[in-house]
Design a binder for this molecule. Structure first.
Ligand SMILES: Cc1cc2nc3c(=O)[nH]c(=O)nc-3n(C[C@H](O)[C@H](O)[C@H](O)COP(=O)(O)O)c2cc1C
Length: 309
Protein backbone atom coordinates (compact mmCIF):
# COMPACT_ATOMS: atom_id res chain seq x y z
CA UNK A 1 0.00 0.00 0.00
CA UNK A 2 1.40 3.43 -0.85
CA UNK A 3 1.22 5.71 2.17
CA UNK A 4 0.95 9.49 2.20
CA UNK A 5 2.59 10.84 5.33
CA UNK A 6 3.25 14.32 3.98
CA UNK A 7 2.26 17.38 6.00
CA UNK A 8 2.19 21.08 5.17
CA UNK A 9 3.20 23.12 8.21
CA UNK A 10 2.97 26.59 6.65
CA UNK A 11 -0.10 26.57 4.42
CA UNK A 12 -0.39 30.39 4.41
CA UNK A 13 3.30 31.00 3.63
CA UNK A 14 4.49 31.66 0.07
CA UNK A 15 7.37 29.18 0.44
CA UNK A 16 5.31 26.64 2.41
CA UNK A 17 6.91 24.07 4.71
CA UNK A 18 6.12 20.71 3.17
CA UNK A 19 7.46 17.70 5.05
CA UNK A 20 7.53 14.22 3.51
CA UNK A 21 6.47 12.85 6.90
CA UNK A 22 5.57 14.25 10.34
CA UNK A 23 8.66 13.23 12.32
CA UNK A 24 11.09 16.00 13.27
CA UNK A 25 13.96 16.19 15.72
CA UNK A 26 13.59 18.59 18.66
CA UNK A 27 15.97 21.52 19.06
CA UNK A 28 19.01 20.94 21.25
CA UNK A 29 18.81 17.16 21.03
CA UNK A 30 20.12 16.61 17.49
CA UNK A 31 22.95 19.13 17.15
CA UNK A 32 23.10 20.50 13.61
CA UNK A 33 22.02 17.17 12.10
CA UNK A 34 25.52 16.57 10.74
CA UNK A 35 26.51 14.69 13.92
CA UNK A 36 23.89 12.00 13.24
CA UNK A 37 24.35 11.57 9.50
CA UNK A 38 26.78 8.69 10.19
CA UNK A 39 24.29 6.94 12.51
CA UNK A 40 21.32 6.59 10.14
CA UNK A 41 19.84 8.02 6.97
CA UNK A 42 18.71 11.37 8.39
CA UNK A 43 17.33 12.36 4.95
CA UNK A 44 14.35 10.13 5.70
CA UNK A 45 13.16 12.40 8.52
CA UNK A 46 10.38 14.95 8.06
CA UNK A 47 12.58 17.83 9.25
CA UNK A 48 15.53 18.62 11.48
CA UNK A 49 15.47 21.45 13.99
CA UNK A 50 18.94 22.60 14.95
CA UNK A 51 20.29 23.75 18.30
CA UNK A 52 19.03 27.10 19.62
CA UNK A 53 20.93 29.87 17.81
CA UNK A 54 21.73 33.39 19.05
CA UNK A 55 23.22 36.46 17.37
CA UNK A 56 26.64 35.90 19.00
CA UNK A 57 28.24 32.56 19.96
CA UNK A 58 27.47 31.50 23.56
CA UNK A 59 29.19 29.22 26.06
CA UNK A 60 25.97 28.12 27.80
CA UNK A 61 25.45 27.63 31.53
CA UNK A 62 27.90 26.37 34.18
CA UNK A 63 28.45 22.59 34.61
CA UNK A 64 26.93 20.23 35.63
CA UNK A 65 24.15 20.74 33.10
CA UNK A 66 22.46 17.34 32.79
CA UNK A 67 20.84 15.16 35.46
CA UNK A 68 18.80 11.99 34.98
CA UNK A 69 15.60 11.65 37.02
CA UNK A 70 13.37 8.59 37.47
CA UNK A 71 11.47 9.23 34.25
CA UNK A 72 13.06 12.20 32.61
CA UNK A 73 16.05 14.43 32.10
CA UNK A 74 16.92 17.74 33.72
CA UNK A 75 19.03 20.10 31.61
CA UNK A 76 20.36 23.60 31.84
CA UNK A 77 22.48 23.79 28.71
CA UNK A 78 21.43 27.38 28.08
CA UNK A 79 22.01 28.61 24.56
CA UNK A 80 25.44 27.13 23.94
CA UNK A 81 25.90 27.59 20.19
CA UNK A 82 28.19 28.83 17.45
CA UNK A 83 26.19 32.00 16.69
CA UNK A 84 24.17 32.84 13.60
CA UNK A 85 27.07 34.04 11.43
CA UNK A 86 29.01 30.78 11.79
CA UNK A 87 25.79 28.83 11.27
CA UNK A 88 25.19 30.63 7.97
CA UNK A 89 28.80 30.16 6.86
CA UNK A 90 29.50 26.62 8.04
CA UNK A 91 26.21 24.72 8.44
CA UNK A 92 23.70 26.15 5.96
CA UNK A 93 25.80 25.23 2.86
CA UNK A 94 25.81 21.60 4.05
CA UNK A 95 22.03 21.66 4.62
CA UNK A 96 21.44 23.18 1.18
CA UNK A 97 22.39 19.82 -0.37
CA UNK A 98 20.04 17.83 1.88
CA UNK A 99 16.61 16.56 0.95
CA UNK A 100 15.42 16.91 4.56
CA UNK A 101 14.42 20.50 5.45
CA UNK A 102 16.36 22.11 8.29
CA UNK A 103 14.66 24.62 10.57
CA UNK A 104 16.77 27.00 12.67
CA UNK A 105 15.69 27.45 16.31
CA UNK A 106 16.39 31.03 17.45
CA UNK A 107 16.63 32.68 20.87
CA UNK A 108 17.39 36.17 22.11
CA UNK A 109 17.39 38.57 25.05
CA UNK A 110 15.24 41.21 23.36
CA UNK A 111 12.53 41.41 20.70
CA UNK A 112 15.08 43.12 18.49
CA UNK A 113 17.46 40.13 18.82
CA UNK A 114 14.75 37.82 17.48
CA UNK A 115 13.97 40.17 14.59
CA UNK A 116 17.65 40.51 13.66
CA UNK A 117 18.13 36.74 13.71
CA UNK A 118 15.08 36.27 11.47
CA UNK A 119 16.41 38.91 9.09
CA UNK A 120 19.88 37.33 8.93
CA UNK A 121 18.39 33.92 8.09
CA UNK A 122 15.96 35.18 5.46
CA UNK A 123 16.87 33.88 2.02
CA UNK A 124 19.76 31.70 3.20
CA UNK A 125 19.96 28.52 1.09
CA UNK A 126 19.64 25.49 3.35
CA UNK A 127 17.37 27.20 5.88
CA UNK A 128 13.74 26.11 5.36
CA UNK A 129 12.17 27.83 8.34
CA UNK A 130 12.59 29.38 11.76
CA UNK A 131 11.47 28.04 15.12
CA UNK A 132 11.15 30.89 17.61
CA UNK A 133 12.11 29.76 21.09
CA UNK A 134 10.14 31.90 23.52
CA UNK A 135 10.07 29.00 25.95
CA UNK A 136 13.59 28.25 27.25
CA UNK A 137 13.58 28.05 31.08
CA UNK A 138 17.40 28.02 31.26
CA UNK A 139 18.31 31.59 30.39
CA UNK A 140 18.12 34.55 32.74
CA UNK A 141 16.76 37.02 30.18
CA UNK A 142 14.63 36.41 27.11
CA UNK A 143 13.49 32.85 26.41
CA UNK A 144 10.45 31.75 28.43
CA UNK A 145 9.98 35.27 29.77
CA UNK A 146 8.45 36.14 26.37
CA UNK A 147 6.31 33.02 26.19
CA UNK A 148 4.43 33.26 29.46
CA UNK A 149 1.90 35.85 28.42
CA UNK A 150 -0.04 36.42 25.19
CA UNK A 151 1.03 40.05 24.64
CA UNK A 152 4.78 39.54 24.88
CA UNK A 153 4.56 36.30 22.85
CA UNK A 154 2.63 38.13 20.14
CA UNK A 155 5.17 40.97 20.20
CA UNK A 156 8.09 38.65 19.41
CA UNK A 157 6.05 36.81 16.77
CA UNK A 158 5.04 40.01 14.97
CA UNK A 159 8.64 41.25 14.93
CA UNK A 160 9.91 37.95 13.48
CA UNK A 161 7.05 37.86 10.97
CA UNK A 162 7.93 41.34 9.74
CA UNK A 163 11.64 40.45 9.41
CA UNK A 164 11.40 37.30 7.29
CA UNK A 165 9.37 35.61 4.58
CA UNK A 166 10.52 32.20 5.83
CA UNK A 167 7.97 29.86 7.44
CA UNK A 168 7.78 30.62 11.18
CA UNK A 169 7.03 28.18 13.99
CA UNK A 170 6.61 29.63 17.49
CA UNK A 171 7.64 27.23 20.27
CA UNK A 172 5.45 27.53 23.36
CA UNK A 173 6.27 27.09 27.02
CA UNK A 174 4.19 24.99 29.41
CA UNK A 175 5.04 27.52 32.15
CA UNK A 176 2.01 29.68 31.52
CA UNK A 177 -1.46 29.86 33.00
CA UNK A 178 -3.10 29.94 29.58
CA UNK A 179 -1.26 28.12 26.80
CA UNK A 180 -4.29 28.25 24.48
CA UNK A 181 -4.40 32.04 24.94
CA UNK A 182 -0.70 32.36 24.09
CA UNK A 183 -1.19 30.09 21.05
CA UNK A 184 -4.12 32.18 19.83
CA UNK A 185 -2.10 35.38 20.25
CA UNK A 186 0.91 34.12 18.25
CA UNK A 187 -1.39 32.74 15.54
CA UNK A 188 -3.04 36.15 15.30
CA UNK A 189 0.42 37.78 15.14
CA UNK A 190 1.26 35.77 12.04
CA UNK A 191 3.08 32.56 12.95
CA UNK A 192 2.66 29.76 10.39
CA UNK A 193 2.49 27.03 13.04
CA UNK A 194 3.19 26.41 16.73
CA UNK A 195 5.25 23.75 18.46
CA UNK A 196 4.80 22.65 22.06
CA UNK A 197 6.03 21.98 24.62
CA UNK A 198 9.47 23.11 25.72
CA UNK A 199 10.73 21.73 29.04
CA UNK A 200 8.96 22.14 32.39
CA UNK A 201 10.79 23.81 35.30
CA UNK A 202 12.39 21.29 37.64
CA UNK A 203 15.33 20.71 39.97
CA UNK A 204 17.28 18.04 41.88
CA UNK A 205 19.46 18.20 44.99
CA UNK A 206 22.69 16.29 45.60
CA UNK A 207 22.19 15.28 49.25
CA UNK A 208 25.86 14.39 49.80
CA UNK A 209 26.95 17.88 48.77
CA UNK A 210 23.75 19.40 50.18
CA UNK A 211 23.67 21.51 47.05
CA UNK A 212 21.52 21.69 43.89
CA UNK A 213 22.58 18.93 41.49
CA UNK A 214 22.61 21.32 38.51
CA UNK A 215 24.81 24.41 38.33
CA UNK A 216 21.95 26.63 37.22
CA UNK A 217 19.72 25.29 40.11
CA UNK A 218 16.29 25.36 38.42
CA UNK A 219 16.33 23.89 34.95
CA UNK A 220 14.23 22.13 32.30
CA UNK A 221 12.56 18.73 32.68
CA UNK A 222 12.03 16.63 29.53
CA UNK A 223 11.39 12.98 28.65
CA UNK A 224 8.64 10.46 29.50
CA UNK A 225 7.63 12.32 32.69
CA UNK A 226 6.27 15.27 30.71
CA UNK A 227 4.38 13.38 28.00
CA UNK A 228 0.89 13.48 29.54
CA UNK A 229 1.31 17.20 30.30
CA UNK A 230 2.43 17.90 26.73
CA UNK A 231 -0.39 15.81 25.28
CA UNK A 232 -3.05 17.68 27.25
CA UNK A 233 -1.61 21.00 26.10
CA UNK A 234 -1.46 19.91 22.45
CA UNK A 235 -5.09 18.77 22.70
CA UNK A 236 -6.10 22.12 24.17
CA UNK A 237 -4.11 24.25 21.71
CA UNK A 238 -5.23 22.26 18.64
CA UNK A 239 -8.82 23.03 19.63
CA UNK A 240 -8.10 26.73 20.01
CA UNK A 241 -6.27 27.73 16.79
CA UNK A 242 -6.40 27.12 13.07
CA UNK A 243 -2.67 26.92 12.30
CA UNK A 244 -0.84 23.56 12.36
CA UNK A 245 0.30 22.28 15.75
CA UNK A 246 3.56 20.36 16.28
CA UNK A 247 3.60 18.11 19.36
CA UNK A 248 6.68 17.57 21.50
CA UNK A 249 7.40 16.21 24.95
CA UNK A 250 8.39 12.71 26.00
CA UNK A 251 7.92 11.09 22.59
CA UNK A 252 10.08 7.97 22.31
CA UNK A 253 7.92 5.55 20.31
CA UNK A 254 5.49 5.54 17.40
CA UNK A 255 2.68 4.95 19.90
CA UNK A 256 3.62 8.15 21.73
CA UNK A 257 3.73 10.07 18.44
CA UNK A 258 0.36 8.67 17.33
CA UNK A 259 -1.22 9.88 20.56
CA UNK A 260 -0.07 13.43 19.76
CA UNK A 261 -1.27 13.15 16.16
CA UNK A 262 -4.68 11.88 17.26
CA UNK A 263 -4.84 14.75 19.78
CA UNK A 264 -4.52 17.16 16.85
CA UNK A 265 -0.80 17.52 16.09
CA UNK A 266 0.09 17.62 12.38
CA UNK A 267 3.70 16.70 13.20
CA UNK A 268 5.84 15.63 16.17
CA UNK A 269 9.32 16.28 17.51
CA UNK A 270 11.50 13.64 19.13
CA UNK A 271 13.84 15.11 21.76
CA UNK A 272 15.47 13.46 24.79
CA UNK A 273 14.71 9.95 23.46
CA UNK A 274 17.58 10.47 20.99
CA UNK A 275 20.11 10.49 23.89
CA UNK A 276 19.19 6.88 24.80
CA UNK A 277 18.62 5.74 21.22
CA UNK A 278 20.30 7.88 18.54
CA UNK A 279 17.91 6.59 15.87
CA UNK A 280 14.76 7.13 17.97
CA UNK A 281 13.27 9.56 15.44
CA UNK A 282 13.60 7.08 12.58
CA UNK A 283 12.15 4.29 14.77
CA UNK A 284 9.16 6.56 15.46
CA UNK A 285 8.68 7.15 11.71
CA UNK A 286 8.92 3.45 10.83
CA UNK A 287 6.47 2.59 13.62
CA UNK A 288 3.95 5.13 12.31
CA UNK A 289 4.26 3.59 8.85
CA UNK A 290 3.67 0.09 10.27
CA UNK A 291 0.63 1.30 12.21
CA UNK A 292 -0.86 2.91 9.09
CA UNK A 293 -0.31 -0.26 7.06
CA UNK A 294 -1.82 -2.47 9.76
CA UNK A 295 -4.86 -0.21 10.15
CA UNK A 296 -5.35 0.39 6.41
CA UNK A 297 -4.73 4.14 6.77
CA UNK A 298 -3.56 5.57 3.43
CA UNK A 299 -3.07 9.18 4.43
CA UNK A 300 -1.87 10.64 7.72
CA UNK A 301 -4.59 13.28 7.44
CA UNK A 302 -7.13 10.54 8.26
CA UNK A 303 -5.87 10.35 11.83
CA UNK A 304 -4.76 13.92 12.64
CA UNK A 305 -7.10 14.99 15.43
CA UNK A 306 -9.08 11.73 15.23
CA UNK A 307 -9.34 11.54 19.05
CA UNK A 308 -11.10 14.89 19.09
CA UNK A 309 -14.42 13.86 17.54
C1 LIG B 1 19.70 18.93 26.29
C2 LIG B 1 18.53 19.70 25.76
C3 LIG B 1 18.75 20.88 25.05
C4 LIG B 1 17.67 21.62 24.55
N1 LIG B 1 17.90 22.77 23.83
C5 LIG B 1 16.85 23.46 23.30
C6 LIG B 1 17.06 24.61 22.49
O1 LIG B 1 18.20 25.03 22.24
N2 LIG B 1 15.97 25.27 22.00
C7 LIG B 1 14.68 24.83 22.24
O2 LIG B 1 13.72 25.45 21.76
N3 LIG B 1 14.46 23.71 22.97
C8 LIG B 1 15.50 23.03 23.50
N4 LIG B 1 15.27 21.89 24.24
C9 LIG B 1 13.87 21.43 24.46
C10 LIG B 1 13.51 20.30 23.48
O3 LIG B 1 13.60 20.74 22.14
C11 LIG B 1 12.07 19.78 23.77
O4 LIG B 1 11.16 20.83 23.62
C12 LIG B 1 11.95 19.22 25.17
O5 LIG B 1 13.11 18.51 25.55
C13 LIG B 1 10.74 18.28 25.32
O6 LIG B 1 10.84 17.18 24.44
P1 LIG B 1 11.41 15.74 24.90
O7 LIG B 1 10.69 15.37 26.17
O8 LIG B 1 11.13 14.83 23.76
O9 LIG B 1 12.87 15.93 25.14
C14 LIG B 1 16.34 21.15 24.77
C15 LIG B 1 16.13 19.95 25.48
C16 LIG B 1 17.20 19.23 25.97
C17 LIG B 1 16.92 17.95 26.73
Amino acid sequence: MSLDLSVQLAPQNKHGLLLSNPVMTASGTFGYGTEYSQVFDIQRLGAIICKGTTLEPREGNPQPRLYETASGLLNSIGWQNIGVKALIKEKAPIWADWRVPVIVNIGGDTVDDYARLAEELDGIAGVSGIEVNISCPNVKVGGAAFGVNPDSAAGVTAAVRAATSLPVIVKLTPSTADIAGVAAAVAEAGTDSVSLINTLRGMAIDIDKRRPAIGNIICGLSGPAIKPVALAMVYEVAGAINVPVIGCGGISSAEDALEFIMAGASAVQVGSATFGNPRASLDVLEGIERFMEKEGIKSLSEIIGSARQ
